[in-house]
Design a binder for this molecule. Sequence first.
Ligand SMILES: NC(=O)c1ccc[n+]([C@@H]2O[C@H](COP(=O)([O-])OP(=O)(O)OC[C@H]3O[C@@H](n4cnc5c(N)ncnc54)[C@H](OP(=O)(O)O)[C@@H]3O)[C@@H](O)[C@H]2O)c1
Length: 210
Amino acid sequence: MKLVIVGASGLVGRNLLDLAIADPRVESIVAPGRRPQPERRKLHAPVVDFDDLPLGASWWAADAAVCTLGTTMRAAGSQAAFRRVDYDYAMSVAALAHQHGTPAFVLNSSVGANPASWFFYNRVKGEVERDLAEIGFPSLTIVRPGLIGGDRNDVRTAEHLTLAVLKGLGPFLPKAVRINPAGRIARAILEAAAASLPGVRMIRSAELAA
Ligand SMILES: NC(=O)c1ccc[n+]([C@@H]2O[C@H](COP(=O)([O-])OP(=O)(O)OC[C@H]3O[C@@H](n4cnc5c(N)ncnc54)[C@H](OP(=O)(O)O)[C@@H]3O)[C@@H](O)[C@H]2O)c1
């Protein structure tokens, strides 16, 4: 299997990259990113400008493309800048993969994604999900994690505190609101890409719970 992964330097993306490199079903991985990444076997990680993606790159043609890209309102600085990453970049990548004949797409979305939501974050996630479904991939998987657990490079105080509380309450909570470890999300993404089941499929947070 040939995989394209955008967002491979992030928490879920790094876990996915590790799994994909170790997986004998995966022949090669192209992980375009905005910064150089360490060299690894099977991996080609071109540095790209997401505002000006290489339209003709042959590596868009794969067996499956995955998007684990995303920013935060804090990092982006404005709603427009957030939307540019979480909506525009995800849609551009999907459109290019589809144009190049990649038949399967997996999006790391979020619990609560809803194009009619009052919450901006959930609305943007819902809009990507809705508009991705219009592109026409033979296989589309939407993964909707809740709070993602794992070691982050950046500091997110509120998220860190919520994770600590949820971790403590873990076994007493319903599965739908438990932490979703990044490794479990990555495994679900990889299996969805490998299976490439026809139609649109949703993987919800309860299926990803620790
Ligand atoms: N945090 C949560 O608990 C949570 C819950 C549900 C859903 N989600 C969603 O799940 C997805 C994956 O989350 P994650 O925690 O793995 O994300 P993450 O660790 O923050 O990684 C985000 C990825 O997006 C890339 N990225 C961010 N801003 C960019 C920009 N302006 N231009 C190009 N690339 C950019 C990052 O690249 P660099 O390494 O170059 O920065 C990184 O590869 C995201 O869509 C997120 O919204 C998160």
